[in-house]
Design a protein around this ligand. Structure first.
Ligand SMILES: Cc1ncc(COP(=O)(O)O)c(C=O)c1O
Length: 434
């Protein structure tokens, strides 16, 4: 077995090897995933040896919708850096950004800034709890690493298996938080009603859309129930925001939350996240202590302002959505042609699939392994960016077709997948990635 020496070295000095589980190499291809980069531009990444790959996978885990190292954004960031990205005084760009976010979301009156999605959600939860005076939160997805969220696993350690990953431990999460966060099922209004009836829920936090599209007026019904029960409704748009339209995807569905959070694509690779919302709840931020040094630095707002300016001008959403739909169509075709049953899902801008087979994880690893030989970073999900052009997609299709011929041999028992995986299967689950 080849050894990934850089990763071994990292694990000696950094807890878990890195601080973002979604970038752990074992998640993709043990020992062979390039793991580190020295340059990223457009949708290309160069590893430490200078080998160039096309990123047809995570695109910075959803951050770089406009491609890596966008010149116009970098230029503004460099200008800000040269003039001091941080000082004793405030950065005026944050005022401009807050105005923009409120303008895009006419229902919102005030804004808070942070630098990560998890922080933005923790702020939103604090504001909501301060407003409702109720502790209980209902969730149906992933919202970050903080205690309020992971406490969901205190009652049953499998609660977050479907939203975050298998086996997330509650080590270090206060036991007193047990039962403070409960789950409901997306698109199941009866279940939502049951959960809100059974528990004294003060806050509902959810993604308006992620792996499934809302069915049968689910969002409208959730809104109505929240209004009736005086529950604060938070839409987490950290991943969905600015991906298929300007602002939160809830604008497309015309269902408006009380608070909404953004991260990821907002700064196109620079750290910036935001909470926006109604004055009566947001003003609790003056009563509750919510403050952090680097939430006031200047690079995030500058990057976000330029990102929004480019988005408004180029309106990348239509094309991104079309590419996503084409990818979904292609996966469906190869699934049918090769008789390999697949579930194809996700927002159109983040299509993903899984193969209905007990060997799915091995097949996914094989796809990554074979695509890597073709200098593509590819797995079972694509965060589409503006740089994923027709040529890149055409090559991807040709390569994946061949890989599916082989998968068919595995699935029919003509060949054994284990023999074809050079370094074993990729891993899933909290314990296995540690
Ligand atoms: C919907 C959603 N909320 C919150 C987060 C957490 O964001 P961050 O990793 O920036 O803390 C993520 C990250 O993937 C996410 O997808």
């Amino acid at each position: 077995m080849r050894k990934n020496y850089n990763w071994i070295r990292a694990k000696k000095v950094i807890v878990g090897g890195n601080m973002f589980i979604s970038k752990r190499p074992d998640l993709y291809l043990p020992n062979s995933w390039p793991t580190y980069y020295k340059k990223a531009k457009g949708c290309y990444i160069w590893d430490l040896n200078g080998k160039k790959y096309t990123d047809f996978s995570m695109m910075g885990i959803g951050t770089n919708l406009l491609g890596y190292a966008r010149n116009e954004i970098d230029k503004e960031v460099i200008k800000k850096t040269k003039n001091g990205s941080m000082s004793t005084l405030n950065s005026f760009e944050e005022v401009l950004l807050a105005e923009q976010l409120n303008k895009i979301h006419s229902w919102s009156e005030k804004v808070c800034f942070a630098r990560t999605g998890g922080e933005a959600n923790a702020i939103a939860i604090r504001l909501s709890r301060a407003f409702t005076k109720k502790n209980k939160i209902a969730i149906c997805g992933y919202h970050g690493w903080h205690d309020w969220y992971q406490s969901c696993n205190l009652k049953n350690k499998k609660n977050l298996n479907n939203y975050l990953m298998e086996g997330v431990s509650t080590e270090g999460v206060p036991k007193e938080l047990k039962n403070s966060t409960v789950t409901f099922k997306y698109n199941d209004i009866d279940n939502f009603l049951k959960v809100t009836r059974k528990h004294n829920v003060g806050t509902v936090i959810m993604e308006a859309e992620r792996s499934e599209k809302p069915q049968d007026f689910f969002l409208e019904k959730v809104r109505e129930i929240c209004d009736k029960k005086k529950i604060v409704l938070i839409f987490d748009e950290c991943s969905s925001g600015f991906r298929e339209n300007l602002g939160g995807i809830h604008l497309k569905h015309k269902v408006f939350p009380d608070l909404c959070t953004f991260g990821k694509a907002l700064g196109n690779g620079y750290a910036i996240s935001a909470v926006i919302g109604k004055e009566k709840i947001m003003k609790m931020g003056r009563k509750s202590f919510i403050s952090s040094t680097f939430w006031s630095e200047g690079i995030g707002p500058v990057a976000a302002l330029k990102t929004l300016e480019i988005m408004k001008k180029e309106k990348p959403w239509k094309n991104i959505k079309n590419v996503g739909l084409e990818i979904k169509k292609f996966w469906k075709e190869i699934s049918n042609n090769h008789k390999i049953p697949m579930v194809i899902q996700g927002m159109d801008a983040i299509p993903n699939f899984y193969i209905k087979s007990e060997n799915f994880l091995k097949y996914k690893t094989f796809i990554t392994q074979e695509m890597l030989k073709e200098k593509y970073l590819a797995t079972n999900i694509v965060y589409i960016c503006t740089k994923h052009n027709k040529e890149i997609f055409k090559n991807y299709k040709l390569k994946l077709e061949k890989i599916f011929d082989q998968l068919n041999n595995f699935e029919k028992g003509r060949l054994r997948i284990n023999k074809f995986l050079k370094n074993g299967s990729s891993k899933l689950g909290f314990k296995r990635l540690n």
